[in-house]
Design a binder for this molecule. Structure first.
Ligand code: NAI
Length: 672
């Protein structure tokens, strides 16, 4: 027997097992919408009347089970009541699933996230395909909310408070095997055993998994008051409640209501309705949608580039080459001597070891990465990426040398961070092939790439550069060829203002504190020290001339004294073990509000000017640039110094929220 309700299809086999398959129409990924939930409930009502041995819920999409609730439905959310109605609908659907009179099973492959995992948690059993593509998690916290379709309650019940809180507070995803170890699923099995594992469970009907006694202990009403303050302290190290209320709300929900499931469901719904209509969640959803927009600007499938020739194996060129080879491109890497290429290969080894556990993939990446000190492969390349010294004449000489050897349709991309393309293009016979691909350091961590269009750059070159950026799994941000493009232009005046304040006598510690109090993850003085004062000076000199601002003498002084910041052990601060020593400021009157205004207004004004001068095409792209470039670089430099990835993410999110809450979003989205 079979039955179809648009997005779902139902088959009941000869064993009286019902197979309910979600294959959302007009979409490559399954997400939960109101309509899909309504259809789901209609199916469940129908099934409840049948004499069944069991129900299997699965996905008809190749890429996964269900990636979560449809984020587009979250914004704009008109009112708390509207949000509550939506959440209640999801809760009721999964409650209905939980009380069916026969066993239920979620058959999981690929993404099983957010609402998708909440659905699976309402089933009696869960079986997942054991391969690299399967990822399970409750990442709602990253959108400034927490699970709302009963997932908080069911995760706590199934895993115990500590494990469930860890999963939900970090928003991390786990593989099928990790999920099995955690107790989140019953079996992790290879593809070929998926169906038989499901059938066996529905036939044998073992009692469903419950949290072990030791896991349940953390939910005890006498233990929760002891654990909650510890968890709260951990959360407070990463996010402030006014910037990022979701983790505090989730902790509170568990702390107060973990032993009353019905009450927990009610409060869960109310809490998510409150969070989702708040500024933080609305902004984080917007960040998510901006990221989707950048992804949608070009398609990896349209990329014609197969062979990339990188010239300059320094900090940037070496890492760009390694990343491209790991992403499947054939890469030849040129520098002045083989000795200059060697360190880049050493860094590639570290990157490959970190990024892939599969030795075959690593070997394949090495096979694609070809050292080419004499530049012989340049004639075969589809794309040449130039990443040599930041010097107009040196770059022009190189272009004159290589262009006669290039294929007629080959593109040249420069990684220059400050030289307008118009200053480089005159060296070329065919300047329309020159485009900017401005990667950020470190290449493997920074997702965004500014794709720079010069006045003479052809549309085809821009489109190919964008598609290439997607093909190597980076986010392209199209910008025009103006000094500093977007990110350096916006960041530099802010850093220079901080240096000026310090020169005027405001202690560095106070300047940084003002920025951190505002919500930046790290202050501008500490940031300058960690980027390197010589690097700051170099970019500042180029930009200051173009933007009619001064390079503070203090910066010149420090660099000439060899005080380069963290890397030399001293800059504005003294550094020990990669940490700055921040002296307690002498007492004195330093108007704090003024400090913050002076710092942040430089950043906002420059962002505004970029919009006016059409450095980026519209307000959304400006916001995307501000968030993914500026904030990412600030957060990253801090994270690289101190911590691993998780904290980086938290800080990025924290800073993103702050910066949009504080007005960059408003700068970009309000009318002038
Ligand atoms: P780097 O100094 O580390 O490396 C430059 C490499 O180019 C050196 O290995 C040098 O031997 C080689 N080179 C110079 N002239 C050459 C030629 N004619 N033929 C072949 N190889 C040549 O420089 P880095 O930092 O990698 O910067 C490269 C470019 O990337 C610059 O345009 C810079 O502005 C830009 N950039 C740098 C960033 C950074 O954080 N370092 C960030 C974004 C862009």
């Amino acid at each position: 027997m079979s039955n179809t309700l648009a997005d779902w299809s139902l088959d009941v086999d000869a064993d009286e097992i019902a197979w309910l398959t979600l294959d959302k129409l007009d979409s490559s990924t399954n997400v939960l919408t109101e309509s899909i939930l309504d259809q789901f409930v209609a199916h469940l009502d129908h099934l409840a009347r049948l004499p069944l041995r069991g129900l299997v819920i699965r996905s008809g999409k190749g890429n996964g089970f269900i990636a979560g609730a449809d984020v587009r439905a979250f914004t704009p959310m008109a009112s708390r009541e509207q949000a509550l109605t939506l959440i209640r609908r999801g809760q009721r659907a999964f409650d209905r699933l939980e009380v069916l009179p026969f066993p239920t099973l979620a058959l999981i492959h690929g993404f099983c996230l957010g609402g998708g995992l909440e659905l699976a948690l309402a089933c009696r059993y869960r079986v997942a395909r054991d391969d690299e593509a399967t990822r399970l998690g409750l990442p709602e916290i990253r959108l400034g909310i927490h699970p709302g379709f009963g997932g908080s309650m069911r995760a706590v019940r199934l895993l115990g408070g500590l494990k469930a809180m860890d999963l939900m507070l970090t928003g991390r995803t786990v593989s099928a095997r990790q999920a099995k170890r955690l107790g989140l699923i019953d079996h992790a099995v290879p593809e070929r055993h998926l169906h038989s594992a499901a059938r066996t469970l529905l036939h044998d009907r073992p009692s469903p998994r419950h949290a072990r006694r030791s896991e349940r202990l953390s939910n005890h009403r006498l233990v929760r008051p002891l654990l909650a303050p510890l968890l709260q302290r951990k959360i407070a190290q990463q996010a402030r409640p006014d910037h990022y209320p979701a983790p505090y709300a989730l902790l509170n929900l568990w702390h107060r209501h973990a032993d009353d499931p019905q009450r927990m469901l009610d409060v869960e719904a109310a809490s998510v309705a409150e969070l989702i209509t708040g500024a933080t969640a609305q902004n984080l959803v917007r960040v998510f949608l901006l990221q989707e927009r950048l992804k949608g600007l070009a398609r990896a499938a349209d990329c014609q580039v197969k062979h990339v020739h990188v010239i300059g194996a320094g900090v940037m060129g070496g890492d760009i080459a390694a990343w491209c080879a790991l992403s499947g491109m054939t890469v030849s890497l040129q520098d002045q001597t083989p000795e200059r290429i060697a360190p880049a290969l050493g860094r590639a080894a570290t990157l490959y070891a970190r990024k892939s556990k599969d030795p075959r993939k690593v070997t394949a990446a090495w096979d694609r990465l070809i050292p080419d000190p004499r530049g012989r492969a340049v004639a075969r390349a589809d794309l040449v990426i130039e990443a040599i010294f930041e010097d107009k004449d040196v770059k022009q000489a190189l272009y004159r040398d290589i262009e006669p050897r290039l294929r007629a349709d080959a593109l040249i991309a420069t990684n220059t961070s400050s030289i307008p393309l118009e200053h480089l293009a005159p060296a070329l016979e065919h300047p329309q092939r020159l485009v900017g691909l401005h990667f950020f350091n470190p290449v493997a961590k920074m997702q965004l790439v500014e794709v720079v269009r010069g006045q003479l750059t052809s549309e085809l070159a821009v489109q190919q550069a964008m598609a290439f950026t997607r093909a190597i799994d980076r986010l392209p941000l199209p910008v025009t060829s103006t000094p500093g493009f977007l990110v350096n232009r916006v960041l530099m005046p802010y850093l220079l203002e901080a240096v000026s304040l310090e020169t005027e006598g405001v202690p560095a510690t106070l300047i940084d504190r003002a920025a951190v109090d505002f919500g930046m993850p790290v202050g501008p003085i500490e940031l300058a020290d960690s980027v390197g004062l010589d690097v700051c000076l170099h970019v500042a000199r180029i930009l200051a001339a173009q933007l009619h601002t001064e390079v503070p003498e203090r910066l010149e002084e420090l660099v000439s004294e060899g005080r380069l910041g963290r890397k030399s052990g001293a800059g504005f601060y003294h550094w020990r073990k990669d940490r700055p020593h921040k002296p307690r400021p002498a007492s004195g009157h330093y108007p704090f509000a003024d400090l913050t205004d002076r710092l942040m207004m430089r950043l906002f004004n420059e962002a505004r000017a970029c919009l006016r001068e059409e450095v980026v095409a519209d307000r959304d792209l400006l916001d995307a640039g501000m968030i993914f470039l500026t904030v990412a670089s600030i957060a990253l430099s801090l994270a690289l110094m101190r911590t691993g990835g998780a904290q980086y993410l938290a800080q990025l999110v924290n800073a993103a929220v702050t910066i949009i809450n504080a007005g960059v979003g408003i700068v970009a989205t309000s009318d002038p």
